[in-house]
Design a protein around this ligand. Structure first.
Ligand SMILES: Cc1ncc(C[n+]2csc(CCO)c2C)c(N)n1
Length: 215
């Protein structure tokens, strides 16, 4: 039995890159109430496209999951992505008069994030996807809890931050953490290191993705 859970090991080994992401300029601009609407809107378009990719990522995870409990959980995640998250983007784009088609999605960092995360899900095992999405979700929950204490002039930004500080989103991030910890106890040190490196790579891709909204 490992003295340290797998998620503890992952968060320890990747503390520097995790801190860099939760203190990214995009996050600090939200906390300091100075995120420009242009940056937020460009981010929303990139982000809306990523949520569609997330459906494919979690669909790979649902296919590769071994137990019916895991499959049931992931089907609920897929339902929330398709019917709540996508609906958020449709409504926000309409209310802000954003035409996502007018934006160039062919941005190197946005494409690297999409293909990098999708390749992990397509080519890797179930736990590879869990490690990558743990990186994405634990990070969002962490900074959103802090940012939710700020005040917001923009109701759509407030709603976006509150969605990721919410108990329902926290439960999703904690589920990924728990899956890593339960499976991690039986894994070789080399396999734990490999999963930790996937977390680190996902965090690097996230940093570049959030940089891209500033061009
Ligand atoms: C760039 C980016 N990274 C992470 C998240 C966090 N997140 C919120 S919902 C979801 C998919 C399934 O739950 C993920 C990963 C995000 N929104 N955008």
């Amino acid at each position: 039995m490992a003295a340290e859970t797998l998620s503890e090991q992952i968060l320890r080994e990747n503390a520097t890159v995790f801190e860099a992401m939760v203190k990214h300029r995009f996050v600090e601009d939200i906390v300091m109430e100075r995120l420009s609407p242009q940056v937020f809107e460009r981010y929303l378009v990139y982000e809306g496209a990523f949520v569609e990719t997330a459906i494919s990522i979690f669909a790979f995870a649902a296919a590769k999951a071994e137990t019916i409990e895991q499959k049931r959980w992931l089907i609920a995640v897929l339902d929330a992505l398709a019917n709540q998250q996508i609906a958020y983007f449709e409504r926000i784009f309409a209310e802000r008069n954003i035409d996502p088609g007018a934006y160039d999605l062919n941005v190197a960092e946005v494409d690297a994030f999409r293909t990098g995360m999708l390749d992990i899900a397509r080519n890797g095992g179930f736990l590879d996807t869990v490690a990558a999405m743990f990186a994405a979700e634990w990070m969002y929950w962490t900074w959103s809890k802090r940012a939710a204490r700020s005040s917001f002039a923009d109701p759509h930004l407030k709603e976006w931050v509150e969605m990721h500080a919410d108990d329902e989103f926290a439960a999703q991030a904690k589920w990924l953490k728990q899956e890593l910890d339960v499976a991690g106890d039986a894994l070789e040190a080399s396999e734990r290191k490999r999963l930790s490196a996937i977390f680190g790579r996902a965090q690097q891709l996230e940093i570049a993705f959030h940089d891209a909204a500033y061009v």
